[in-house]
Design a protein around this ligand. Structure first.
Ligand code: FAD
Length: 663
């Protein structure tokens, strides 16, 4: 047996699915030393998740790769509802927009998980040395709890084992078409088997000491088992089949997203995909909850689909992938141990895939966590910010399960025959629930509670486990933002994006494009009407304070780094562009670099574009065009604080809870 040396890393990620890849992407952008392991030999090439919310696309855009996904994906614009008429024949009863118009610069799209993982892998290559270590399983986890609060310690010890190629390949179930049963809720997990087999063969092992670990190892999470954490919730009786096919059909809405409820044969969700593919989620009525998965075949699933969609015809010549699953709606009882080992993604929440949420919420878990670990490892932020991971994400997971319960019941139930049929599902209720659910399903309804990172007025948030936030942060004197200054920039929600113009070249941009995921906090100054002398002076005074040697931006920035490397300042004013000169504005708002000159990408204006109309940013943000306001956006674009231009002390107090002085 080859015993490899012990090694160290800042962050160890177990599992290279969407959650693990997002965590690795943050590690790459923050520049910390991370490793990412996966027990499988290859990435996913077919099937699995495919729906992307607008919020996920905004996040991809902040990393600079949304354009690839936007181009390759199929765009979902309309949703058609099909229901039985009085003769039990299915008919189109409604059409609704798939994404609520105007809520984001993106709409919901579909692209299979393998392509999405590819985009992540390419971005990792561009920004770091991080590579997925495949065919590797962790087999032992030890945590030295006594060192959990020591910023410099490596309290996590993981023994990993290298598998050979055969061991790392998932078992398939006898058809020529790739299936996802090995990842389905109907399959047993094979991790322990893999470890045992490899131990017998004396496969090589390595010991890794890590500062932090994230278990992104899916629904059967090994990491969760080591921590002894439980999943709470229940398994439903509904069994569903999934087919990714190129359909041959006379059903008229096959290129629309459809929810079809048949009178007696169950329901189908149709998701039109890239390359003429269509995904069908099909309720398997004749398979009960005691499922023997070896009996489920693509033919059985197709037969069920044909019954539901009748009298329309449905067949296929090409099937790309298929699977079957039973819906379990569960949330982990805890998301973190000592704020050193974390769980994310399917490892802490599982639910039905039809609403297209799992991959999105999983990626967004580690999108929430990755920058926090990055800044703490780099010594820029206090460890206490890590506590907000559980308080922020466990609540999202609980909301997701509640949403899924409502949605699955309405989708899996039999349509009511008439108003007196209480056992049936009212199709009017389904439509209303669907329309309401659309906001949740966009990912834009996420609203983080009060914490050291969200200066919300009113009640303190609970930590997702019932603990009060002020106990957790030990803060008696938490700063509170002034929500009334910006009615549509909500504390705890992501900073919305509207069109503004670059002051120096008149080019229109969606402001969100400047909120990059690079680990920086941002002070966004909505500077108001700079043609007004008083307003100009308010901004100049603010600039003078920020430029002082002990100002908030200097205090938290390492002396050898550029002044905007920890906190970036962006300005949007509301005067006419041509009546303001960039170089007249205080230098701190467009800093000078000896090699690169002035920074021309920090001052923007809410004005008319030559070719793309007026973004009306102030109006849309709900901010007074004369006086403006100031907003702190976290590195993940969520709004941390809102105040007046004079509220410099509050800005100081916000950052003093979160960041570590560097001087
Ligand atoms: P996973 O994707 O499960 O990744 C876990 C990774 O960890 C895997 O690569 C696995 O090999 C690895 N691993 C597991 N155990 C170990 C171990 N012990 N050691 C090392 N590595 C390990 N979600 C959506 O958002 N939109 C959709 O449209 C959608 N459709 C779906 C359709 C189907 C049919 C299914 C089954 C799911 C769908 N989902 C959808 C859900 C989505 O696939 C999951 O929620 C998402 O993949 C979770 O990501 P994850 O990274 O947490 O876990």
């Amino acid at each position: 047996m080859v015993q490899l040396e012990e090694s160290k890393c800042d962050l160890l990620i177990v599992g290279a699915g969407p959650a693990g890849l997002m965590a690795a992407t943050w590690a790459a952008r923050c520049g910390i030393h991370a490793r990412i392991l996966d027990k499988r030999r290859t990435k996913i090439f077919h099937g699995q998740a495919d729906g992307l919310q607008c919020r996920s696309l905004e996040i991809f855009d902040s990393f600079g790769f949304a354009d690839r996904v936007w181009k390759e994906s199929n765009h979902l614009l309309e949703m058609c509802l099909w229901n039985p008429d009085e003769t039990s024949r299915i008919r189109r009863t409604d059409t609704i927009p798939d994404t609520i118009p105007g809520i984001s610069r993106f709409q919901q799209v579909v692209l299979h998980q393998g392509r999405i993982e590819r985009v992540f892998l390419d971005s990792l290559k561009d920004y770091s040395e991080i590579e997925i270590e495949r065919g590797v399983v962790p087999e032992q986890l030890e945590i030295d709890h006594s060192k959990a609060d020591d910023d410099h310690a490596y309290p996590i010890k993981v023994k990993i084992r290298y598998l050979d190629d055969d061991e790392a390949a998932p078992v398939q179930h006898g058809t020529n078409v790739p299936d996802g049963l090995f990842r389905s809720s109907l399959a047993e997990d094979d991790t322990d088997d893999l470890i045992r087999k490899s131990q017998r063969k004396k496969g090589s092992i390595e010991v890794i000491r890590a500062k932090y670990l994230i278990g992104c190892d899916g629904a059967h999470s090994w990491t969760r088992r080591q921590l002894g954490f439980r999943m709470e919730g229940e398994q439903t009786d509904f069994v569903w089949g999934v087919l990714d096919i190129v359909p041959i059909t006379n059903f008229p809405d096959i290129r629309m997203r459809c929810a079809i409820h048949s009178a007696e044969s169950g329901s189908i969700m149709i998701i039109p995909r890239e390359n003429r593919l269509v995904r069908l989620y099909i309720q398997l009525k004749e398979v009960n909850s005691e499922v023997d998965r070896s009996k489920i075949t693509p033919e059985i699933i197709l037969k069920a689909a044909q019954n539901i969609i009748s009298p329309y015809k449905l067949a296929y010549d090409y099937c790309d992938w298929w699977t079957a699953y039973q819906i379990g709606q569960r949330v982990g009882n805890s998301f973190s141990c000592d704020d050193r080992v974390f769980l994310a993604g399917d490892a802490v929440h599982t639910h039905s895939p039809k609403a297209g949420q799992g991959m999105n919420v999983s990626m967004q878990d580690t999108y929430n966590l990755g920058w926090k670990i990055g800044l703490v490892v780099k010594g820029l932020a206090k460890r206490s910010i890590l506590r907000t991971y559980q308080s922020e994400r466990r609540r999202v997971a609980q909301d997701l399960i509640n949403f899924d319960r409502r949605f699955s019941r309405l989708f899996s139930g039999r349509p009511a025959r008439d108003a007196a049929d209480e056992a049936g599902i009212s199709m009017a209720e389904f439509k209303v629930a669907f329309e309401k659910g659309n906001m949740f399903a966009s990912g834009l309804a996420v609203d983080y509670g009060a914490s050291i990172l969200v200066a919300k007025p009113g009640d303190s948030a609970d930590q997702g486990d019932g603990t009060d936030v002020d106990t957790v942060t030990n803060s008696t004197d938490r700063v509170v933002g002034k929500q009334e200054l910006a009615s549509n920039i909500k504390l705890g929600m992501r900073f919305p994006s509207f069109q503004v113009l670059n002051q120096s070249d008149a080019r229109p941009w969606h402001f969100g494009q400047f909120l990059k995921s690079d680990g920086r906090f941002r002070i966004i100054i909505l500077a108001g009407n700079l043609r007004d002398e008083k307003q100009w002076k308010r901004l100049e005074d603010f600039g003078d304070l920020l430029a002082k040697p002990d100002s908030v931006i200097r205090r938290y920035t390492p002396s050898e780094k550029p002044i905007d490397s920890v906190i970036e300042i962006l300005v949007i004013h509301s005067a006419l562009r041509q009546e303001v000169e960039l170089l007249d504005i205080h230098e701190i708002f467009h800093p000078f670099d000896e090699k690169r000159g002035w920074d021309y990408e920090k001052v923007f204006v809410d004005d008319l574009s030559y070719h793309q109309g007026h973004g009306e940013a102030y109006k849309n943000y709900g901010v007074d065009k004369e006086r403006g306001c100031v907003v702190i956006a976290r590195p993940d674009q969520y709004v941390g604080w809102i105040g007046e231009i004079e509220d410099v002390e509050d800005i100081d107090r916000y950052f003093s809870e979160v960041l570590i002085p560097q001087v």
